[in-house]
Design a protein. Structure first.
Length: 278
């Protein structure tokens, strides 16, 4: 049975790249029934788009989103840096799908500010070719990580994220994330927003930020390359969805159902045997 959700925020899916976990995202999307979906940038990776690489699983995501829109779900596509070419079509609307550069929503009387976040990235603004070159390297790293995790799972080991390990060990990367979060929330507080919702840095987060002028809830939807996360808003509450937890719950439920089925067969067989002995 599908879960009803008022609002889902997805970002940094990077369709068209080796690192995209499209199958896992499809499983998530088919488990929910959202009223509104916000795609907060880098959904299709135009920077690294290859004519010979756009698997069926990636097309299935686009098809599922279109089906959502046709069934009444409102979809807002906010452009990011990897799909910046779409900014030429900003404010374009077709049916329940709208394309924008940023979005302000009223959520139960509280102002929410949505934008991708690449506006804060100096390397992208001033030297796009360097950022693109880095993107290719990142793609290779993610592909290598998927191969590593395949063998780790084969041997019953936990998955391991090379990019997370590198990111967390490099002081500059940690500082960039901290600066990103602070800049976003300072601007949000200055403009009177209760929530600021970003993507871009592949760092899922829900945290209360405070400065000398006020407070704001900072949220980042993460990505579908490393973290496999999304934001959900339902019944006045924000939650961070994590596919890893979702997968564990599914396996646990399947195991319980299997045990219940075996127990039912055992009870039935014992009952039948007793009946036959009379």
């Amino acid at each position: 049975m599908k879960r009803n959700v008022d609002l889902i925020v997805l970002s940094d899916i990077h369709l068209g790249t080796f690192g995209c976990h499209a199958q896992e995202l499809f499983e998530y999307l088919t488990s929910v029934n959202p009223k509104k979906i916000i795609l907060n940038g880098d959904i299709i990776d135009i920077w690294q788009f290859r004519k010979n690489y756009f698997p069926k699983a990636h097309l299935e995501i686009i098809k599922t989103l279109i089906e959502f829109s046709m069934s009444g779900t409102e979809i807002v596509y906010i452009t990011g840096n990897h799909d910046e070419m779409l900014r030429k079509l900003s404010d374009f609307e077709i049916g329940n799908i709208k394309l924008v550069d940023k979005l302000i929503l009223d959520l139960d009387g509280k102002k929410a500010w949505f934008f991708h976040g690449d506006v804060f990235d100096i390397s992208i603004q001033n030297a796009k070719w360097i950022a693109k070159l880095g993107g290719w390297g990142y793609d290779v790293l993610i592909l290598g990580n998927r191969i590593l995790n395949y063998f780790l799972l084969k041997f019953g080991k936990e998955k391991y994220s090379l990019s997370k390990k590198i990111k967390n060990s490099v002081k500059k990367a940690v500082k960039f994330i901290d600066d990103f979060e602070k800049t976003a929330t300072d601007l949000a507080i200055e403009n009177g927003y209760h929530y600021v919702i970003c993507g871009h840095i592949h760092q899922p987060q829900v945290t209360r930020m405070v400065n000398n002028f006020g407070t704001c809830l900072y949220l980042n939807s993460g990505d579908w390359v490393e973290n496999l996360t999304a934001l959900e808003y339902h019944n006045h509450r924000w939650e961070l969805f994590n596919y890893t937890d979702f997968e564990k719950q599914k396996k646990s439920s399947a195991k319980e159902n299997s045990v219940d089925f075996i127990s039912a067969i055992t009870v039935f067989s014992n009952h039948k045997a007793k009946k036959g002995s009379h």
